[in-house]
Design a protein around this ligand. Sequence first.
Ligand code: HEM
Length: 142
Amino acid sequence: MQATQQTIPVQLTTRFSSTGAIWIKLGVLYLLVGVGLGIMMGASEDFTLRPVHAHINLLGWATMALAGLTYAVFPEAGRSKLAQIHFWLANVSLPVMAVSLALILTGTRQALPALVISEMLAALGIITFAINLFLNLGNRQA
Ligand code: HEM
């Protein structure tokens, strides 16, 4: 017996809010920097800045773009005051963290306070993100 092909109607018109767009655009900029650093490490065979590369790619691209997608799907959370606080904490802390970590790895120990403070700010950003999602994820409104 031959199986007949069935057409399953699929809703292709789902629209996401543009709330998360700025997060995704910044994320892809971090990805360009992170990948550029990776290529430089590979070409020079000097892997000293490996943790900088990993943090730019994972916090800058993966985490940032995922936050953007989450805020696009849940614009109520994306438009909240907590999202604004999260945005600034994430985007102020990461460049400082990347530069101070690079300085420490290349021998400038004086950069340690900047690294500690930027790491704390980054963690605060993640905590803000978590609180925002727990408070505002229920209210999906396109
Ligand atoms: C063209 C793109 C990329 C290039 C050329 C590249 C290059 C490199 C190189 C040369 C290393 C060091 C390997 C070693 O020490 O043996 C490395 C490590 C690593 N990369 Fe990439 N990478 C790329 C993209 C990415 C992306 C997109 C991510 C994450 C989203 C990522 C995450 C990591 C992590 C987690 C490590 C290990 C860090 C560590 O051990 O401290 N990389 N990469």
